[in-house]
Design a protein around this ligand. Structure first.
Ligand code: RIB
Length: 410
């Protein structure tokens, strides 16, 4: 199975501003950066960085070296890409200090796609191959019809939404990867849940992936609905988050990964993208996504360990006279052998040593802060055999109990 992206390539001019400029307002910025971008190019790079082979078709202008370079460097096959004698498409992007963006587009070369060129490219693909489309090029409706006739699996990202989307026959699509704004435009409802029902009723065969930014994403097909929460990161720039999601979605789809795992991987990848500046350069490769999973697993296991450690300490402290491994293992719900292992790993001591240490610590505290006699204290921490505890205390603190108590007067 091959993957083709028939899509846009843009030069992104990114201006960093305090906030997105409102109507009638002027703001000055001295931060202008130029990045390779365009939804099509970003998605192709995401597919490739996710580890799948992709062909990118579309039209670039005579100033597109930066774009063809990054596509090639990322292993995207550009043998079907066409160079036309015009200015390349570009995007002017404002990024606020909160990472939000606002974009306007100059389509340039992206609107030079002829039907003949479409036919030539699609001739190289077969039934079952995947085709990715967005709405930044012309003739998308024609490409959909031709790809459908060939039996290709069509994945549409109806972005940016405009009247051209209405010309596309949604019955021909296999997947639609859509955001809340686009969904409300198509369904004429501001409620995403209603929008999903609308699509399900009108296009029962269509598989819908709704991306909801910090609220995660939803996958709906005829017989299942899956939800994935977003990964929390510090947002730097949300540009290309949706493109990264789509690219990873398609790459994993082509590998036969199951839908819930696909959503998890695609969400993690787009979370990494929003934590970085720019479009294409901010897209992670698969190993970075896997390291994010490792990091999260480590945090989870540290949290679990912290809570186990607190449970062990709390149990010994509250049962200082009677603490025993059998009871602790019952409380934690593990076998005694396993519990003993956990105690050793988290406290660095065997269970009996950990109890003894805690008893010495409590005795030391009472010696300094109460008037109980040494004899009473030894009994209070659970010892009938005074000489055993006296020896253990001396070993731990290097002083006898009376020498330790004497410090109270200094
Ligand atoms: O989705 C992000 C992209 O949208 C940018 O790279 C910009 O080129 C616009 O097309």
């Amino acid at each position: 199975m091959k993957i083709l992206n028939f899509g846009s390539c843009n030069i992104d001019y990114v201006y960093s501003l305090q906030h997105i400029v409102k109507i009638g307002e002027t703001e000055t910025t001295h931060t202008l950066e130029t990045f390779p971008g365009g939804k099509g190019l970003n998605q192709s790079i995401a597919v490739s960085r996710a580890g799948a082979k992709i062909y990118h078709a579309g039209c670039v202008g005579n100033d597109s070296k930066m774009l063809t370079d990054i596509l090639q460097k990322n292993g995207v096959d550009i043998s079907y890409l066409k160079t036309v004698d015009t200015k390349n498409g570009h995007a002017v992007i404002q990024v606020s200090s909160k990472g939000e963006n606002s974009i306007f587009l100059y389509p340039g070369s992206n609107e030079k796609i002829t039907k003949e060129y479409v036919d030539t490219v699609l001739d190289k693909f077969d039934a079952g191959d995947i085709i990715i489309l967005q709405n930044e090029i012309n003739n998308v409706d024609y490409i959909v019809e031709k790809a459908y006739q060939k039996g290709m699996c069509i994945v549409l990202n109806p972005s940016p939404f405009n009247e051209k989307i209405h010309a596309i026959n949604f019955n021909m699509l296999s997947y639609i990867v859509i955001n809340e704004v686009e969904l409300s435009e198509i369904s004429e409802s501001t409620e995403p849940e209603e929008g999903l029902v609308y699509l399900k009723n009108k296009y029962p065969e269509l598989k819908v992936i709704l991306t909801l930014g910090k609220d995660g994403c939803v996958f709906v097909n005829a017989n299942q609905e899956l939800r994935q929460a977003a990964f929390k990161v510090d947002v730097v720039d949300t540009t290309a988050a949706g493109d990264t999601f789509l690219g990873y979605f398609v790459a994993e789809l082509s590998k036969g990964t199951d839908y819930s795992q696909i959503l998890k991987i695609a969400s993690a990848a787009s979370a990494i993208t929003v934590s970085r500046k720019g479009a294409a350069p901010s897209i992670p490769n698969k190993s970075e996504v896997l390291s994010l999973f490792d990091k999260l697993r480590e945090i989870k296991s540290n949290n679990k360990n912290n809570s186990l450690y607190e449970q062990i300490e709390g149990y010994i402290e509250q049962n200082i006279k009677t603490a025993n491994l059998a009871e602790l293992s019952q409380i934690l719900g593990y076998s005694t052998v396993y519990t003993g292992g956990i105690v050793k790993r988290l406290t660095g001591e065997t269970f009996s040593k950990a109890v003894l240490s805690k008893r010495c610590k409590m005795a030391a505290h009472m010696l300094l802060s109460t008037n109980f006699s040494i004899h009473e204290i030894i009994h209070m921490v659970g010892y009938e055999n005074e000489s055993y505890f006296r020896k253990a205390f001396k070993k731990k603190y290097g002083e006898t109990l009376s020498e330790y108590r004497n410090k109270r007067c200094n």
